[in-house]
Unconditional design. Structure first.
Length: 348
């Protein structure tokens, strides 16, 4: 079986707090509202990704791993995770505030749910004026104070609120209390887990007057109660280069931006006289994965371009698309004649 860069069918999730940004961003034929999440690459039961391009079209992510686990995942990734795909890639559109929540670490998740834990990162694609998110505590508390503040609805008073703008990055290790605020559209890279403990839901009620289930006791043992400063990831965006964003034991993510020079102008003679034509030079970037021993995921944040791989084979990529490079592909050349902004993720 010859592996190649793979695109997958979109898995849309309608959620009470969802909006209409995902379908527009991904330029889908069907423009739906109330879509809270798009699962781009997933092996979560009930939401397993299916290949959308090439000879393997119609095969599931599970099928591919079964057919060629080491060539697909990488030998070291396969040795560590077996045939479980270790990551879940999403877009999230919050038209309303998401609940305040926390995720368990590997040990607790395995013990309680036979699941991976959930460490994740957020990359803010866009935000409405004044949009905020929650990450961590604003002061040191303990389990007893947590229980008291959940009981009297004052937990928000001890949470760090962060104004969020396009390009902001937040790393969220398992155990960190967090929430996405209304008006935020983000890309999320996380461990492959759907385990969430809901701490607080702003006392929202449905038409029958019922609130959503809270997981106060389960969350108590999962929370990291320490207060940390500077929870936003700092980085300097650089054109035509790869910039590290997050490196942890579960994934490494880089920001890769290519921007072509469109400043050139050439004068040409036509039947209608002399005209000025804007000239654009294609910009390229080589990405070498020879020593990586892992699959690579590109999530396109902006623009469009091409992925050159193998024997001069080309796959296009544009805003809103996600491409998975099997580990057997040892390198690519990225190119664009406009702009291409990617999140590049792998395991090492």
């Amino acid at each position: 079986m010859q592996l190649y860069p793979l695109k997958f069918e979109t898995i849309l999730k309608k959620i009470i707090w969802g909006g209409s940004e995902i379908c527009r961003f991904k330029n889908l034929d069907e423009q739906e509202s109330g879509v809270g999440e798009s699962w781009e690459i997933s092996q979560v039961p009930g939401s397993v990704s299916v290949v959308a391009n090439g000879e393997l079209k119609g095969k599931s992510l599970t099928d591919l791993i079964e057919l060629a686990p080491e060539a697909f995942l990488g030998k070291s990734v396969y040795a560590r995770f077996g045939k479980e795909f270790p990551l879940l890639i999403k877009f999230i559109d919050a038209e309303d505030n998401l609940s305040i929540q926390v995720h368990p670490n590997d040990e607790l998740a395995r013990k309680r749910h036979n699941s991976f834990g959930k460490t994740e990162m957020w990359y803010v694609i866009s935000s409405k004026p004044g949009s905020k998110l929650v990450s961590g505590f604003s002061q040191q508390i303990d389990a007893a104070e947590y229980e008291r503040r959940i009981a009297d609805n004052s937990i928000e008073e001890v949470l760090q609120q962060h104004e969020a703008q396009a390009g902001d990055v937040f790393f969220l290790p398992a155990g960190r209390v967090h929430a996405i605020g209304a008006g935020l559209f983000i890309a999320e890279i996380q461990q492959s887990s759907n385990i969430t403990y809901r701490l607080y839901d702003y006392d929202r009620r449905d038409a029958q007057g019922n609130g959503r289930e809270l997981h106060t006791e389960l969350a108590k043992d999962a929370i990291d109660y320490k207060m940390y400063a500077n929870l936003k990831t700092s980085y300097e965006p650089v054109e035509n280069d790869a910039v590290p964003l997050v490196h942890c034991s579960y994934f490494t993510t880089n920001r890769v931006q290519l921007k072509a020079d469109t400043s050139g102008v050439e004068e040409i003679i036509t039947d209608h006289g002399q005209q000025k034509v804007q000239m654009t030079e294609t910009v390229e970037m080589d990405r070498d994965y020879t020593d990586l021993d892992s699959f690579v995921i590109y999530v396109c944040m902006q623009g469009e371009g091409s992925i050159l791989y193998g024997n001069d084979q080309i796959l296009s990529i544009r805003q809103g698309e996600t491409v998975l490079l099997p580990a057997s592909i040892e390198g690519t050349t990225l190119s664009t004649d406009s702009e291409l902004l990617l999140l590049e993720t792998y395991i090492n």
